[in-house]
Ligand binder design. Structure first.
Ligand code: NAD
Length: 398
């Protein structure tokens, strides 16, 4: 077991290249819908309620896109699937046919720039491995499109700054897909704290774990430092980190972290396994986060105040999240609704920012802050000491 060492991409790093991949291990292509069974697609006025729709090009047809993003996009009132971007044309054509898209709405990486002329496409949703977020977001801005980018925003804060410059130059929107902000139990949890239901907030605890499995195609790049940017921390720990900030309503003032990794485990020759993080927030609120690629899957969040507490397990799943409030000797299970609504709400919010000028709830600056916090966590673990932080996540002082 070693402490965190200097992290360098290994010789297998593929980060410069977006490439085609077969259908993901865990996805059964026979479960693709038939074009007849999906709602009518196309960019045009929303059926009811909205003032318009934007066309989205999905970039990267991997596990998350196929199993979750595509089916959930069908529930959005203000975003419509307009194109696919993939290096595997055969796979992409099969997916396009299933979702009722014409063949000329399928782009590959080499021919991507032609999307600039495609008026069906207003925005690109970047669902590529983390190490490809920066370059392909910049390419999408160069093509004159808005961008919704998966978490983590990129591999480094420097890459985030490059994405923000490209956004500003293009005059387009850049939103980070922090879906928990749109999830009803997380929204209720924030409201409980803001309303003072817990009294004065004192501590927060959040754990995000799952087993990294190299026999699953989606986990192969997650063990490659160039493509993943790190291990369980940027992949899973970012949920707890982001939650600590939205629950407290602040960025942390201080961080102290420990990392432990069995470097002889082939999964962890490049990326870290486990991290334990202590954060101190304004007002003295303390937060403990753990994240692991070698502990069985779990995601939790709990907040403790002077008058009560709540516990969420799961806290940040796609659906089925729970929120249990303990106060005055009573325990109340709060049902805030179907968690799956987080996906269409996230899409509709992105569309509202583009069409109506609504302020983004999860802007690029939040992705940059979190990336700086992740860099500070790695630095604290490496140096074995707490680090003071500025509100933008940068490390204060020497
Ligand atoms: P995945 O491996 O299943 O999909 C990645 C896809 O990117 C591949 O299918 C492939 O088509 C494409 N690709 C292009 N170049 C590649 C390269 N050099 N190496 C590997 N793939 C390449 O991974 P995933 O689990 O779908 O994750 C994709 C992104 O989505 C990541 O940024 C991840 O953090 C994010 N994600 C977010 C959530 C969430 O809940 N918000 C959940 C899962 C994944």
């Amino acid at each position: 077991m070693t402490q965190e060492q200097e992290r360098k991409p290994g010789p297998g790093a593929l980060r410069d290249h977006a490439v085609g991949r077969p259908f993901p291990t865990s996805f059964d292509a026979s479960r693709l819908p038939s074009a007849r069974s999906v709602p009518a697609l196309g960019v045009g006025p929303a059926p009811e309620g909205g003032t318009g729709r934007i066309g989205i090009a999905l970039m990267g047809l991997g596990d998350f896109t196929l199993r979750t993003v595509l089916p959930e996009l069908m529930h959005s009132e203000r975003c419509a699937l307009a194109a696919l971007v993939s290096g595997n044309r055969e796979k992409a054509l099969q997916v396009a046919a299933a979702y009722g898209l014409p063949d000329n709405a399928v782009y590959d990486y080499d021919g991507f720039d032609a999307i600039a002329e495609d008026e069906r496409v207003d925005a690109v949703y970047n669902v590529l491995p983390n190490g490809l977020h920066a370059d392909w977001t910049v390419r999408a801005f160069a093509a004159g499109k808005h961008v919704l980018c998966e978490k983590p925003m990129a591999n480094t804060a420097e890459e985030c700054l490059r994405m923000i410059s490209a956004r500003d130059e293009a005059g387009k929107a850049l939103m980070i897909a922090y879906r928990a902000h749109f999830e009803p139990h997380n929204q209720r949890a924030i409201a409980l704290i803001r309303e003072g239901a817990l009294g004065e907030l004192r501590t927060i605890v959040s754990d995000h774990h799952r087993i990294l499995d190299l026999s699953d195609s989606r986990d192969v790049w997650r063990a490659d430092l160039g493509l993943a940017g790190g291990g369980a921390l940027p992949d899973l720990g970012i949920y707890g980190l982001n939650a600590a900030c939205y629950l407290t309503g602040h960025a942390p003032e201080e961080v102290f972290a420990r990392i432990s990794t069995h470097r002889e485990d082939p999964r962890f020759s490049e990326v870290e396994d486990q991290t334990a993080i202590q954060l101190r927030f304004p007002g003295g609120v303390l937060c403990t986060l753990t994240t692991s690629y070698s502990a069985a899957g779990v995601n939790t969040a709990a907040a403790f105040g002077t008058e009560g507490s709540f516990f969420m397990q799961p806290a940040t799943s796609y659906r089925g999240n729970t929120l249990t409030l303990r106060k005055g000797g009573k325990t109340e299970a709060i049902d805030a609704g179907d968690g799956a609504i987080q996906f269409p709400r996230q899409f509709d919010h992105f569309a509202a920012a583009i069409l109506d000028g609504t302020e983004l709830l999860t802007p690029a600056e939040m992705g940059l802050r979190d990336m700086r916090l992740i860099e500070a966590i790695y630095a604290s673990a490496r140096e074995g000491r707490p680090l003071s932080l500025n509100p933008d996540g940068t490390v204060r002082g020497p």
